[in-house]
Design a protein around this ligand. Structure first.
Ligand code: TLP
Length: 341
């Protein structure tokens, strides 16, 4: 089976499992788990932020940050394909009672002009624009990278308007690996961010959010309310530390696999891939012009041992990761030609 549904499908390696088994632990609700504390300090330092907090998932990370930044009735701005808007089960409405004002971007990138137009004037009968959420890399747009200049421009505008800026950096590691720009440089423009350990880095569980010490102290409060106060979580944090030690520098291999996959599949008649969107480890392909349903195509690929997932409208998604080899990717391309050619 060649599983390209997501980079979340990886299984912890033998070395990672050993690190988990040997982790020194304590009760993290008392702040006494040394391995969790080490992970938090390490990620805070990598991101150049005062403090960080280990959370069970990317969703909890983003939603906790939204909660800390906003008050009920506020409005947050996000790109229309954003994870916080599409795939977090309406969490912003459910948990924070805020509404999302969406803006269509190009390859997931919102222009500062479009953001300016979306910000509400200070009138008592309008919602207050409190937060802007960016996503880097942008999942639904195809793992696209937010240009650092755009982030800086949006940041300058947001600071001036006293609007907070959050970055969903579930795959910020991929953006950094591709551009060579350190994660801390991206992070310096935003008030808060979340990064994932369970995607390209291969840990079984976990994300980390980072920001000022005051922000993280509030986030710890809401993480507890949301049910995310964990006890001997050092077993999980150890997997994250192992991932940071061993799996960061290899992310560019996943990008090479995705580029190979995209160029191999893009020659199939009726399959459309915007090659400009293939920047990291995600390939989004439209199968609309084949005249066949994405579900039927997915089932036929699956019957031949190749697993893709649903992408955009009439689209499929394939994601490369550390548990698929270049050989697997070659095989997947030839199976895609059999099924779609
Ligand atoms: N993304 C998952 C699915 O939810 C779509 C995937 O397979 O890609 N931010 C971004 C940009 C993400 O891609 C994801 C997960 C999350 C946040 C949420 O992380 P988890 O799944 O840990 O809650």
């Amino acid at each position: 089976m060649i599983d390209l549904r997501s980079d979340t499908v990886t299984r912890p390696s033998a070395g990672m499992r050993q690190a988990m088994a040997e982790a020194e632990v304590g009760d993290d609700v008392f702040g006494e788990d040394p391995t969790v504390n080490r992970l938090q300090q390490r990620v805070a330092a990598m991101l150049g932020k005062e403090a960080a907090l280990f959370v069970p998932s990317g969703t909890m990370g983003n939603q906790t940050c939204i909660k800390v930044h906003t008050q009920p009735g506020d409005e947050i701005i996000a790109e229309s394909g954003a994870h916080v808007f599409n795939y977090e089960t309406g969490g912003a409405a459910f948990l924070s009672s805020v509404q999302v004002h969406t803006i269509s971007g190009r390859l997931g990138v919102m222009s500062v002009d479009a953001i300016k137009r979306a910000v509400r004037p200070a009138l008592y009968y309008m919602p207050r624009t409190r937060l802007i959420c960016l996503e880097n890399t942008h999942n639904r747009a195809g793992g696209t990278i937010y240009p650092i200049e755009s982030i800086r421009e949006i940041s300058a505008f947001a600071r001036n308007e006293k609007i907070r800026l959050h970055l969903d950096g579930a795959r910020l590691w991929n953006a950094s690996a591709a551009t060579g720009i350190p994660p801390a440089e991206y992070a310096s423009s935003v008030d808060s961010l979340s990064v994932c350990l369970s995607k390209g880095l291969g840990a079984p569980v976990g994300s980390v959010i980072a920001g000022s010490a005051e922000f993280i102290s509030d986030a710890r409060h809401y993480r507890k309310i949301f049910g995310g106060g964990m006890r001997q979580a050092g077993v999980l944090a150890a997997a994250g530390l192992f991932a940071l030690d061993h799996n960061l520098s290899r992310l560019t291999e996943d990008h090479a696999k995705a580029a190979f996959l995209a160029s191999g599949i893009s020659t199939i008649p009726g399959v459309d891939i915007d090659m400009q969107s293939v920047q990291t480890n995600i390939v989004i392909m439209s199968v609309e012009r084949t005249g066949r349903s994405p579900d039927e195509i997915l089932a036929q690929l699956r019957a031949r041992g190749v697993f893709f997932s649903m992408g955009n409208y009439m689209g499929l998604r394939a994601v490369t990761h550390l548990d698929v080899s270049m050989d697997d990717v070659r095989k997947a391309v030839s199976v895609a030609h059999e099924v779609l050619g």
